[in-house]
Design a protein around this ligand. Structure first.
Ligand code: LUZ
Ligand code: MOS
Length: 739
C-alpha cells in the first residue's frame, strides 16, 4: 500500500499548523529569548508603544506552575530570574500581526547580569553539575578480564550534536473554548502537551484538548520540545481570550530548541585471540541546561554500548552533564547511536593496531541467540550473520574495485566499512509501552480510526489504515485515520522509540476485534457460522454472505455497538534500575550495512558512493514505507557523520543557527547507489502483524559512512589512533590528513 499522504504532500494539500484556516481575531506571537548563556535577569523594559501590541507575557503571568520538566522538574516555561542558555525563552510577545510581533520584540531591552557559563561536559562533571545519577552496566569479571587479554588499546571519542531540521518548524495554534482550551500542535506527544499545559494554567487536564493532524517531521525534536511552544500559545490565549498562533521561524527554532546530545567518551578494549574479551567505556553526555529527556537518552546509550557484539566482560558507565547550551533532547536513535559509535571506534582502533580489517573483528564477534547483553536480556532471533553474509555477497565486486582503485590512485582513495545494528525496541521506561485506540464504524460502513499515533512522515497512518481495513476484509477507502486527539485517544505515549505502529496498530486491532466479535454474535443469530470478513463481505462457512454495508446497517438497526476502544501494552518487559538488569526490550531490530566512499586527499573532500543494506524487518508489512525509512534514516545519519557541524562560540551563541552556516544533506550529497534487501524471516510475534519497528534503527547504518571515510583516509596516510571525532567534515578531513 502506498503512503496515503503522498499525493497531498506533492500537491501541497497536506495541512500543517501554519496552513490552518485562521479564525478572525487571531493574534500572533513570537518569543523573546535570553541574550546570554548564563546570567540573571536584572530588568525587562516592556514599556512599549506600538499600535499592534496586545500584551507581553513573562513568568509572572503564569497562573499555574512555571515548570515544564518531564522527567525532572528543572525547567521553567519562561525564565523568571536565572538564565541558563542563549536562546532560552523569557517572554511572549502577542500582537495583531506577525510582523508587528517581531518589531515589538526588537524594541524590548533585557538587562542581565552575566555569570560564567560551562559548555564542556567533562568540565561540568568536575564541577558537580550533573543531571540524575551516574549509571553503570556491568557484565562478567572486569577485575581479571584485562589480564586475560592479548591486546589492549585505549582511546577517546568526541561526538557532535545534530539539528533535527524537521521541515515544519515548531508551532501551535491555541483556541479558547467555552470551558477551557483547544490547541492544534505540531507535537509527537499530545498527552505531554495536555499535561504540561494543564500544569501551567493550573487546570485539570480535561480542560485542555490537544489535536494533531500531522507533523512536517519530528525526529525526536517534537517528543518533548513541542510542549513549551504549545503551552506558550495557550498561555497567550488564556490571557487574551483570543486564538493565538505561535509558529517559530527557522532562526528562532534553531536558536531555542535542543538538539541531539554531543558526547565525549573514553574507551578501553581488549582482545583475546579473535574475540573481544573486555570493554570499558565512559560516556559524558552533554545534556545542555535542563534534563528534558536526557536521563532516558543516557540510559539508551548504555543499552547500546556493545551494539551487535557479544562481549563477556563489560563495564559501561555514563553521566549526564548540565551545561549552558539549549536542553538537548530526543533525536532518532535516542542515545543509541552514540553508544554504538564508541564501540565501533574501539574496534576500528584495535583492528588497525593488529593490522586486520575492522570488519573481521566485527564479524568474529557478532552476538548470537542466548548471548547476554550487559543489561541482562539475552539476544533472541538474531539474524546478523545472515544479513552480514548477504551484504558480503552483494559487495564482493565493489570491494575488489576499491582495492584496484587504491592501487592505481595516489591522491584519491576509496574506503569502506560494515555496520551491523542491533536496536532495542520498546520505550526503556516500561510504563510508556502502552497505547489506546477508538474505532468507529458509521452506519454506511465507513470507519473512523483514532489512535495515539502521530503521523510525522513515517507513514504510521498508512500502516494503521492498512491493518484495520485488512482486518475487516475491506479496501482501504473504507477507512479514515482521524487526527490524533486527546479526547479520543487518551494518556498517549509520544510517537517515539520506533514503537508507534507496534503499539497503536495493536491497540487499533484490539478495538477491531471487539467490533468483530459483536458482529459475529449478531450474524450467528442469523444463521452465520465461522464468519470470515473478506472482499467487502461477511461470509459464513456454508457460503452464506452479506455485504459489509448491509451487515453494518442491519447491525445498527439491531442496536449493536459499532464503536470500540482498544488497548495494548507490551507484555514481558521489565527493568530493575537498582540492579541495572532486566528485559527492557520486546525485541531487537537487526541488520547490516556496507558503505563505501571516495576521499579526495589533496582537497579534503569526501563523497559517499554506495550503500548496501540487508535488513530484518520481520515479516514485511509495507516495504514502501520501510524502504523510505531506511533510505531517509541513512541519509540523515550520514549528514550527522560527515556534514553537520554545530558551532557554539565561547559565549554559547549558536554560530551555526541558520541554513547558510549549518549544512544538511541534499540530493547531491545522497549516495549514488542505495541497495536495500530484506531478510526472509519468521513473523515477529511482538511486532505489528509480524513486522518489526523501522523508524530509528536504519539511521545507525550511517555510522559506516564515517568509518568508510576514515578507511579511505587511512589509505592515504595513517591516521592518529585512538582519537575519533564526529563529524568528519571536509575541513576535518583536511586537518586530520595534514595538521
Ligand atoms: N523516547 C523515550 C524514546 O521517551 N524513551 C525511549 O526509550 C525512546 N527511545 C527511542 C526514542 N525515543
Ligand atoms: Mo524519538 S528519538 O523516537 O522521538
Amino acid at each position: 500500500m502506498r503512503n496515503i499522504d503522498g499525493l497531498s504532500h506533492v500537491t501541497g494539500k497536506s495541512v500543517y499548523v501554519d496552513d490552518l484556516l485562521e479564525i478572525d481575531g487571531t493574534l500572533y506571537s513570537v518569543i523573546l529569548t535570553s541574550p546570554v548563556a548564563h546570567g540573571r535577569i536584572a530588568s525587562i523594559s516592556s514599556d512599549i508603544n506600538h499600535p499592534d501590541l496586545v500584551t507581553i507575557l513573562t513568568a509572572e503571568d503564569i497562573p499555574g506552575e512555571n515548570q515544564i520538566g518531564g522527567i525532572i522538574p528543572d525547567e521553567e516555561l519562561l525564565a523568571s530570574k536565572e538564565l541558563h542558555y542563549f536562546g532560552q525563552p523569557i517572554a511572549i510577545v502577542v500582537a495583531r500581526t506577525l510582523d508587528s510581533a517581531y518589531e515589538i520584540r526588537d524594541m524590548i531591552s533585557v538587562e542581565v547580569e552575566e555569570l560564567n557559563p560551562v559548555f564542556d561536559p567533562r568540565e561540568a562533571y568536575e564541577k558537580g553539575k550533573i543531571i540524575g545519577s551516574e549509571r553503570q552496566f556491568e557484565l562478567g569479571d572486569m577485575v581479571n578480564a584485562w589480564r586475560e587479554c592479548d591486546h589492549i588499546v585505549e582511546g577517546k571519542v568526541e561526538i557532535g550534536g545534530q539539528e533535527h531540521l524537521y521541515i515544519e518548524t515548531q508551532g501551535a495554534y491555541a483556541l479558547p473554548t467555552e470551558n477551557g482550551y483547544k490547541v492544534i500542535s505540531s507535537t509527537q506527544g499530545p498527552t505531554s502537551v495536555q499535561k504540561i499545559a494543564a500544569r501551567i494554567l493550573g487546570l485539570p487536564m480535561h480542560r485542555v484538548e490537544v489535536d494533531v493532524r500531522r507533523l512536517g517531521g519530528g525526529f525526536g525534536g517534537k517528543e518533548d520540545q513541542a510542549t513549551p511552544i504549545a503551552c506558550m500559545a495557550i498561555l497567550a490565549t488564556h490571557t487574551t481570550r483570543r486564538p493565538v498562533k505561535l509558529v517559530l521561524d527557522r532562526h528562532d527554532d534553531l536558536k531555542i530548541t535542543g538538539k541531539r546530545h554531543p558526547y565525549s567518551a573514553d574507551y578501553k578494549i581488549g582482545m583475546r585471540g579473535n574475540k573481544i574479551h573486555a570493554y570499558d567505556v565512559r560516556f559524558f553526555q552533554n545534556a545542555g541546561s535542563a534534563a528534558d529527556l536526557s536521563p532516558a537518552v543516557l540510559e539508551r546509550t548504555l543499552f547500546h554500548a556493545t551494539n551487535s557484539y557479544y562481549i563477556p566482560n563489560v563495564r559501561a558507565w555514563a553521566v549526564s552533564c548540565r551545561t549552558n547550551l539549549p536542553p538537548n533532547t530526543a533525536f532518532r536513535g535516542f542515545g543509541g547511536p552514540q553508544g554504538m559509535i564508541v564501540i565501533e571506534s574501539a574496534i576500528d582502533h584495535i583492528a588497525n593496531e593488529l593490522g586486520v580489517a575492522p570488519s573481521k573483528v566485527q564479524r568474529d564477534n557478532l552476538i548470537g541467540d542466548g548471548d547476554e547483553f550487559p543489561y541482562g536480556q539475552c539476544a533472541a532471533g538474531v539474524t546478523l550473520v545472515k544479513a552480514w553474509e548477504q551484504v558480503e555477497k552483494d559487495t564482493v565486486e565493489v570491494i575488489r574495485e576499491i582495492k584496484d582503485y587504491n592501487a592505481t590512485h595516489t591522491f584519491s582513495k576509496k574506503g569502506y566499512a560494515f555496520m551491523p545494528i542491533t536496536f532495542g525496541i520498546s520505550f526503556t521506561n516500561t510504563s510508556m509501552n502502552q497505547a489506546s485506540a477508538l474505532v468507529n464504524v458509521y452506519i454506511d460502513g465507513s470507519i473512523g480510526i483514532s489512535t495515539g499515533a502521530v503521523e510525522m512522515g513515517q507513514g504510521v497512518n498508512t500502516r494503521i489504515l492498512q491493518v484495520v481495513t485488512n482486518f475487516f476484509g475491506l479496501p482501504e477507502r473504507y477507512g479514515k485515520v482521524e487526527t490524533t486527539n486527546t479526547t479520543r485517544a487518551i494518556n498517549t505515549s509520544p510517537s517515539a522509540a520506533s514503537s508507534t505502529h507496534d503499539l497503536n496498530g495493536k491497540a487499533a486491532l484490539d478495538a477491531c476485534k471487539k467490533i468483530r466479535e459483536r458482529l459475529e454474535a449478531f450474524l450467528s443469530e442469523r444463521g452465520f457460522s465461522d464468519v470470515r470478513f473478506t472482499e467487502g463481505k461477511a461470509v459464513s462457512l456454508d457460503g452464506k454472505s452479506m455485504s459489509w454495508e448491509e451487515l453494518i446497517s442491519a447491525a445498527y438497526l439491531a442496536r449493536v455497538d459499532l464503536a470500540a476502544h482498544g488497548f495494548y501494552s507490551t507484555p514481558q518487559i521489565h527493568f530493575d534500575k537498582e540492579r541495572e538488569k532486566g528485559h527492557p526490550f520486546a525485541y531487537h531490530t537487526y541488520g547490516v550495512a556496507l558503505i563505501t566512499s571516495t576521499v579526495d586527499c589533496l582537497r579534503g573532500i569526501s563523497r559517499v558512493e554506495n550503500v548496501f543494506v540487508c535488513h530484518d524487518s520481520g515479516k514485511l508489512l509495507n516495504s514502501n514505507l520501510d524502504i523510505g525509512q531506511i533510505e531517509g534514516g541513512v541519509v540523515q545519519g550520514l549528514g550527522w557523520m560527515l556534514l553537520e557541524d554545530l558551532v557554539f562560540d565561547d559565549k554559547g551563541i549558536n554560530r551555526s543557527g541558520s541554513l547558510s552556516t549549518y549544512k544538511v544533506p541534499d540530493i547531491d550529497f545522497a549516495p549514488r547507489t542505495f541497495v536495500t534487501k530484506f531478510l526472509e524471516v519468521p513473523a515477529n510475534k511482538l511486532g505489528l502483524k509480524g513486522s518489526k519497528a523501522i523508524g530509528e534503527p536504519p539511521l545507525m547504518y550511517a555510522i559506516a559512512g564515517y568509518f568508510s571515510v576514515r578507511d579511505a583516509m587511512n589509505k592515504f596516510r595513517t591516521l592518529r589512533r585512538g582519537d575519533y571525532t564526529i563529524p568528519m567534515t571536509n575541513e576535518r578531513i583536511f586537518m586530520e590528513l595534514y595538521a
